[in-house]
Design a protein around this ligand. Structure first.
Ligand code: ADP
Ligand code: MG
Ligand code: MG
Length: 209
């Protein structure tokens, strides 16, 4: 597989920006059902800024790429998802050991998810992005245990995230705006879990190149 250098991480977020742009209206429609109909536009705006920031002064290391991504999302995305995603990638950037291996990626990703859980106080099953990101993190740990190669490990993580996102449909939201709906939040996919699945799909796609 290709080395997980700074260019790999830049390619990851360019691909994520493309997938979010493609699915912007779907994400916003999911948020219209149980939130305030801005998730697709929030994240599209944030990732457009991320791609611009990365192109303007290309960072030299994976940790720096992740720091730029995290800081930009925190600064530019109005709404809960900006600081939440921002904290994932900022913490991941602080934690990641270089040169990046699959084990190092998995450990840093888990640290990022822990930072998100600490900030948002959501647990698995609360119908948030946590429901896609935690299964992805667990899938990476299992892939490592099983000695799976990097592209396949990311593919498994992407599948776990997509299944986690679909799994939010029958849940009642307990965090974020959707929780205001109580039982009426049941029957809809959580927009943040759906966008988290796109971040993992982008990762798998870039690693498969
Ligand atoms: P806002 O709700 O402020 O309009 P967005 O629409 O951009 O922000 O993002 C909403 C998503 O953020 C939700 O679908 C959910 O996945 C995620 N979210 C909201 N609150 C939390 C939280 N406390 N912990 C984790 N994720 C959360
Ligand atoms: Mg919203
Ligand atoms: Mg909003």
């Amino acid at each position: 597989g290709r080395p997980m250098d700074a260019g790999f991480f830049v390619a990851w977020f360019e691909e994520a920006a493309g997938l979010v742009r493609r699915d912007r209206d779907r994400l916003t429609e999911l948020d219209a059902a149980i939130g305030d109909a801005d998730h697709g536009t929030n994240l599209d705006r944030g990732l457009t800024e991320v791609v611009q920031a990365l192109a303007g002064s290309p960072p030299e290391s994976p940790g720096q790429v992740l720091s730029v991504v995290g800081a930009t999302l925190i600064r530019k995305v109005g709404g809960a998802s900006g600081p939440l995603y921002g904290s994932v990638f900022r913490q991941m950037g602080r934690s990641i050991a270089e040169p990046v291996t699959l084990a190092g990626f998995a450990a840093a990703f888990e640290e990022g998810v822990v930072a998100l859980e600490r900030l948002g106080k959501a647990a698995l099953g609360d119908k948030t992005m946590v429901d896609a990101l935690v299964p992805a993190s667990r899938a990476l740990a299992l892939a490592l245990r099983d000695g799976v190669g990097t592209p396949e490990a990311f593919e498994l993580a992407a599948r776990a995230a997509a299944e986690g996102a679909a799994g939010t449909i029958p849940l009642q939201a307990r965090k974020g705006r959707a929780s205001y709906l109580g039982e009426r939040s049941i029957g809809h996919e959580d927009p943040g879990a759906a966008s988290s699945a796109l971040f993992l799909a982008a990762l798998a796609s870039v690693a498969a190149d």
